[in-house]
Design a protein around this ligand. Structure first.
Ligand SMILES: Nc1nc2c(ncn2[C@@H]2O[C@H](COP(=O)(O)OP(=O)(O)O)[C@@H](O)[C@H]2O)c(=O)[nH]1
Ligand SMILES: [Mg+2]
Length: 456
């Protein structure tokens, strides 16, 4: 799998900037760099930066800085040279061309990181996390991916793995002496270790709810009767006046969508037409889309108007969201009460979480953020320290590992033979190993790295 070609690419974004960085990795990295980059110093030492001139076809085209990282103590594990030049689009392209003309091959998407993984510098989950750092758009996405990139998840996986290997060694030792069953003391000890394995795996499995809410985001829809303040709430959550707000009923028709961060949870937020019976054809379509969107969402924010008496539309909304994960928002609490105490009580009975808000002065924002955080288990997790599963691939591995660990526990506790106990444990281990991809197929590994940009 290891290729020895020396590769190069522009690692900074395509565009005009102060500086650009061209990265070279492979056995020939230093010799290629030296043919392109002329400095007064003859001996280039690792981890030092050198000023010099950059040549193409023997002519100086720019000046800049060269840094050399000797393998295996580099990002990729190979010899790496980084040339910083002025950050123009054309000049950067010329420097890259010069590097390629001196024997380097253009790197493919994610190839530097893939080499780091192949050379054992990164586990797969850490490599994925580096991709997530680059994609992060919120504080919580950054905290989570930065922690996982430093190996928080890999460390936890390794701990569970070691427990499993200890158990397997123990059980196999018994298989080697076929006359012997696992004795009572050993069984007790193994059951206790298996309990730790199971509870660690359960913890990881559970963490996916929070990890997913942070990384992928939660499909969220705002619903309510016309003029309840849905669009105002939408704007408040996004911190921008994006949706049109008026006191004319039926203002919002199309669904409008955007992404916001609320209490650390990434919400993919949709504002909808107010739910009501209407003869206006366009509004009718809007209302039916709003109803469909409720079905399709993981979180529904139901807005009720504090300033007006409730109507049949409010009651119909209670029905619409009966089986959904929903939060009630009683809006316009800056105005005198119009809503009846009875209906308010009914809302409290129907929803586990009720927030009193005023979208025009951002009152209730913090309460809503805490409620959403709690709903998606973020309250219990320290994103910058805890091992958290953040994608479907990792989650699938953990779920299978957990099922097999439970099967193994069951087998051991009812006195099954060691081979049966080991068969489940081996499957659990193989599945867990997929997280950091010991033994993942080339296809999976390539698919993961192709998500990266060229130069990473
Ligand atoms: N006093 C007060 N007025 C609000 C509040 N939220 C929205 N409004 C007003 O209610 C009207 C309808 O708001 P809008 O957001 O368009 O409601 P939508 O039809 O549910 O999207 C507008 O005139 C808003 O300014 C609030 O919290 N307090
Ligand atoms: Mg609206």
């Amino acid at each position: 799998m290891i290729e020895n070609k020396t590769i190069a690419a522009i690692s900074t974004p395509h565009g005009k900037g102060g500086v650009a960085l061209i990265r070279i990795s492979g056995d020939e990295a230093l010799s290629v760099a030296k043919r392109v980059f002329k400095t007064k110093v003859t001996d280039i030492s690792p981890r030092k930066s050198y000023y010099g001139e950059i040549l193409r076809d023997g002519k100086v085209i720019d000046d800049g800085i060269l840094t050399y990282f000797k393998g295996p103590g580099s990002f990729t594990g190979e010899d790496v040279c980084e040339i910083c030049c002025h950050g123009g689009i054309y000049v950067t392209k010329c420097v890259l061309e010069s590097v390629l003309s001196q024997g380097a091959t253009l790197a493919s998407a994610g190839e530097f990181t893939k080499r780091a993984y192949i050379n054992g510098r990164l586990t797969l989950s850490r490599a994925e996390a580096i991709g997530n750092i680059i994609d992060a758009k919120t504080d919580s996405q950054l905290a989570l991916s930065s922690s996982q990139a430093r190996g928080t998840l890999s460390k936890r996986v390794e701990e569970i793995r070691e427990m499993m290997i200890g158990l397997l060694a123990h059980a196999y030792a018994t298989i080697d002496y076929p006359d012997e069953d696992i004795d009572e003391a050993d069984t007790k000890e193994m059951l206790s270790t298996l309990t730790s394995v199971v509870s660690s795996l359960e913890g990881l499995k559970k963490s996916y709810r929070a990890g997913k809410a942070v990384c992928e985001g939660v499909k969220t829809v705002i619903v309510g009767k016309p003029n309840a303040g849905k669009s105002s709430l939408y704007n408040m959550l996004l911190g921008e006046n994006l949706a049109i707000v008026t006191d004319i009923e039926g203002t919002t028709r199309d669904i409008i969508e955007n992404t916001a961060s609320l209490g650390g949870v990434t919400i993919n937020l949709a504002d909808t037409a107010g739910i009501r019976d209407t003869n206006d054809l366009v509004e009718k379509i809007g209302v039916s889309r709003a109803r469909e969107r409720i079905e399709d969402s993981d979180l529904v924010l139901c807005v009720f108007d504090y300033s007006r008496a409730e109507s049949y539309e409010d009651l119909s909304i209670l029905d619409l969201v009966r089986d959904k994960s929903a939060i009630a928002i009683i809006n316009k609490t800056d105005t005198p009460r119009g809503i009846s105490l009875d209906f308010e009580e009914k809302v409290k009975e129907s929803f586990k979480r009720v927030i009193y808000a005023s979208a025009i002065n951002t009152q209730g924002y913090e309460d809503l953020a805490r409620a959403v955080e709690e709903m998606f288990d973020l309250g219990e997790i320290d994103l910058s320290q805890d091992a958290v599963i953040s994608n479907a691939r990792q989650s699938a591995s953990v779920c299978v590992a957990l099922d097999e660990a439970l099967a193994s526990y069951e087998a051991l506790s009812i006195g099954q033979t060691p081979d049966i106990i080991c068969a489940s444990l081996e499957k659990a281990l193989a599945s867990l190993d997929m997280i950091d991809a010991r033994g993942a197929s080339e296809e999976i590994v390539s698919a993961i790295f192709s998500r990266f940009c060229v130069g990473k």
